[in-house]
Design a protein around this ligand. Structure first.
Ligand code: ZN
Length: 219
């Protein structure tokens, strides 16, 4: 069994000009794809995980401290989540209802939340992920290093993420992570996805099932 690269929820040029088609072609088409391929190769040696979902693989690899398996599986899941956390500029309505209430009480306003996300993205040392999470019924921002994911941290519900690996922005913003974070937070965050994930099912929305290998792939 192996995992496939899930389709993007929009066209590769749909996020322009804030995130270019070339960035998507590299980030999704090469980096994300490579994690999927490496994960599938590693799973050939894991007979106990042949029917496991992506989330189950991540949790099993974390528990057994299989670093390469964890890193690649977690990166696939976090990227699945990221492609839904962003959307074409202007496509997502401003937060409303329960999400707007939570943002107001934790950050004062949507602008306050955007600014806090940017600060976390800029301050995060090295590669990783910035997350908007629900923790004890309050919104919090946390960043995680490398492939680490809220899936293996108790008590947090994932709502939105921002990829702060350099591969997410080097084509459009060179080394300027702050400019990239500003563009994402002010232009393409998918508030509808965050609002949907208040139900606690965000992890499932980025999950995937293994696929039967194509006959030509079977050695
Ligand atoms: Zn990435």
């Amino acid at each position: 069994m192996s995992f496939n690269l899930l389709p993007l929820p929009y066209a590769a040029n749909a996020l322009g000009p804030l995130i270019s088609q070339e960035t998507i072609e590299y980030h999704y088409g090469k980096h994300h794809r490579k994690y999927v391929e490496t994960l599938s190769a590693l799973l050939l040696h894991e007979p106990g995980l042949q029917d496991a979902s992506l989330v189950e693989v991540i949790r099993a690899a974390s528990a057994s401290k299989q670093r390469a398996l964890f890193n690649n599986a977690a990166q696939v899941w976090s990227h699945n989540f990221y492609w839904h956390s962003i959307c074409p500029p202007g496509a997502a309505p401003e937060p409303e209802g329960e999400l707007a209430r939570l943002i107001g009480s934790a950050f004062g306003s949507v602008a306050g939340l955007a600014s806090a996300l940017c600060n976390e993205a800029e301050a995060h040392f090295s590669n990783g992920w910035v997350w908007l999470l629900l923790e004890e019924e309050n919104l919090v921002i946390r960043s995680f290093h490398d492939a680490d994911t809220p899936l293996v941290h108790a008590g947090v519900i994932p709502l939105l993420n921002i990829d702060v690996w350099e591969h997410a922005y080097y084509i459009d913003y060179r080394n300027d992570r702050a400019d990239y974070a500003t563009a994402v937070t002010e232009g393409v965050l998918n508030w509808s996805f965050a609002a949907m994930n208040l139900d606690g099912k965000g992890a499932d929305r980025a999950d995937q099932r293994p696929e039967q290998q194509a006959a030509s792939d079977v050695k």
